[in-house]
Design a protein around this ligand. Structure first.
Ligand SMILES: [Zn+2]
Ligand SMILES: [Zn+2]
Length: 607
């Protein structure tokens, strides 16, 4: 929907004249809607190849943003320039030693077998045990591993879940979709002590037409699952006398597990190379004019990367290889960031220092903002940041609606934002306050985790989110400019005000965390999304009032185990939380300064 016309704007402005907002009402710089749209158009042009990390398009975007900062007269944040380079994992390729043999039959890569991109590297030769669909779901009365010894063995599991075409199957409930994910099956096999997992399509399932093909190699970088794992075809197994239809038949008939050793040996060797690429944050600085507070700073940020040609985060997996232009996500935020930066550059410095940051590798797990929050420029140390304003998907306000998250991260911030929106000229926006705390699925999390108050502005989800159809023609330039103006007002207020904003650790209700589908349990630990070579999950924070906080777990701790599940990485934390029910008491183990600690924790319900 479009914003009101000039007359309506005028009427709004007049209507709000009687209200004196909290801050001074000096004339504001212009926010150019046409320019913002043009900039979204450039960033989301197919020539930028979706700005995927490691692609030329992402590097072009970073250089282009640096040029816009320079053009506006803003100095680079570092002596060396605007770019803060860092490495991010971006692609997985198949190494040379991938092999599979079952019985005396040797398989051919990509015809008979294909490693999962989350597989560990290694070689396993062992007996094969059929473990049904590889599901352990006590709450649903189903355990494919019940009474089965798979220690050191290779488990063979089928895709999806039992009796897929049965409408009464509990596995068709979206809360239980995860049991159909390969990643889940691999982790569950690992937790049962298996040495390797081979997965086969459920060629017997209705609607699959007996299809037995392997999907093309996706090459998505994901953390390793802690087990060697590959897909194999039913045909390759059949050559060794393993008939998967016959194996599955009893389970298809009664829905119960019919797992058993197969009396055949197999050998699986996997080598997956995780490639890394250099990418960059683009950061400009506007030093404050008041020596008394110029050591404090305000950050305005937006990520410049997107999904490239698709990948794991794409919601159109069938269109892998197609440019995901990311006009709203997040060319819109970058255009708004540039508009804010220009406004400050034109007006001259406020009392405090301003930092304008276009982050790289947000889509890979807020890596760029994590890098900046950990290694800020000397003139803007993290502990002296007054406020971080994050712009992510701000180009499509429906009926002028803008979501504001983080409004409770500083004392008085919520009221302040309301007042800023109403300050003349009143902004044509309807504020929708969302999560009060500062954790969410975007870059502000990296700052709030380090005790910086944050505001997260976005104009809401839409059907084009993370799809090739997120194109520039759908961007509302005037709406985008209005959000930019709100971000500008918030940043200016924080940069000019007398006292500093005081961070509040809010005890908000358990939110849904990034990447976690389903209705798992809630611990309240906030992982650092930056990569980690050692096992365990490094925490940047714990939510106030959460089970983790009550157990004495704190920022900087490394979570090692939740209940029986060892945590190699983030995915294992999700696995562990989803393996329990709210109210379950589990033992949690973590490490602090080299010392191990444990505590009993009662897991809560996720909203
Ligand atoms: Zn985004
Ligand atoms: Zn995104």
């Amino acid at each position: 929907m479009r914003l009101p016309g000039t007359l309506a704007l005028l009427a709004l402005a007049l209507a709000s004249c009687g209200r004196r907002a909290a801050t001074r009402a000096a004339p504001e710089p212009a926010f150019d809607a046409g320019r913002a749209r043009a900039e979204v158009g450039w960033l989301a042009d197919p020539a930028r190849t979706g700005r995927g990390v490691g692609t030329p398009g992402a590097a072009q975007a970073a250089d282009w943003i640096a040029a816009r900062f320079r053009e506006a007269g803003l100095a680079p944040a570092w002596d060396e320039g605007y770019l803060q380079r860092f490495e991010a994992p971006f692609r997985a390729t198949l190494g040379e030693r991938n092999a599979f043999a079952v019985g005396s039959s040797h398989g051919e890569l990509e015809r008979d077998f294909l490693p999962f991109d989350f597989s560990d590297d290694g070689a396993v030769e062992a007996e094969v045990v059929f473990a049904g669909h590889g599901i352990t779901a006590p709450a649903l009365g189903h355990d494919d591993y019940g009474g089965l010894d798979v220690k050191g063995k290779i488990v063979l599991v089928a895709q999806d879940f039992p009796r897929e075409s049965d409408a009464a199957s509990p596995f068709r409930d979206p809360r239980h979709y995860r049991f159909a994910e390969w990643r889940y099956k691999a982790t569950n096999a690992r937790e049962h002590g298996a040495a390797a997992l081979i997965g086969v399509r459920d060629v017997w399932a209705e609607g699959h037409g007996g299809a037995d093909d392997l999907p093309p190699w996706r090459g998505q970088v994901s953390s390793r699952a802690g087990i060697v794992a590959a897909r194999v075809t039913a045909a390759a197994l059949a050559r060794a006398g393993v008939d998967v239809r016959a194996l599955a038949a009893p389970g298809e008939a009664d829905g119960k597990p019919h797992s058993r050793p197969l009396g055949v040996r197999a050998r699986l060797e996997v080598r997956v190379l995780h490639e890394r690429a250099t990418t960059a944050n683009v950061v400009a600085i506007l030093p404050g004019r008041d020596p008394a507070v110029a050591g404090e700073c305000v950050v305005v940020g937006a990520h410049h990367d997107h999904l490239g040609l698709g990948g794991d985060s794409s919601l159109a997996p069938e269109r892998l290889g197609t440019v995901h232009p990311g006009a709203d996500d997040n060319a819109s935020g970058v255009a708004a960031l540039l508009a804010v930066a220009r406004a400050f550059a034109a007006e001259g410095p406020p009392r405090r220092t301003l930092l304008f940051a276009a982050f790289g590798a947000e889509e890979l797990g807020i890596l760029g903002s994590s890098e900046l929050a950990q290694h800020p420029p000397p003139r803007c140390p993290t502990e002296r940041m007054q406020l971080m304003v994050n712009l992510d998907m701000v180009g499509r306000p429906a009926a002028g609606k803008v979501y504001v998250d983080g409004a409770d991260t500083a004392r008085g911030l919520r009221d302040l934002v309301k007042a800023l929106a109403e300050r003349p000229p009143r902004l044509p926006l309807k504020l929708a306050f969302g999560e009060g705390d500062g954790y969410g699925p975007s870059d502000h999390t990296s700052f709030y985790a380090r005790d910086v108050p944050v505001l997260f502005l976005f104009t809401g989800p839409h059907p084009d989110y993370h799809r090739p159809s997120d194109t520039p023609d759908k961007i509302d330039g005037a709406g985008l400019a209005a959000v930019a103006r709100l971000a500008y007002r918030a940043a200016r207020e924080a940069a000019e005000r007398d006292g500093r904003l005081e961070v509040v650790r809010t005890a908000s209700p358990p939110p849904r965390e990034r990447g976690e589908r389903g209705y798992g349990t809630y611990l309240g630990a906030i992982p650092d999304f930056a990569e980690r070579s050692a096992p365990g999950v490094l925490l940047t924070g714990v939510r106030a009032g959460s089970p983790a906080e009550r157990a004495g777990i704190a920022a900087g701790d490394v979570l090692l185990r939740v209940g029986p599940t060892k945590l190699l990485g983030l995915q294992d934390l999700a696995f562990a939380l989803r393996s329990h029910r709210p109210g379950d008491e589990v033992e949690v183990e973590w490490e602090r300064a080299g010392a191990r600690r444990t505590a009993k924790v009662r897991l809560e319900e996720r909203r």
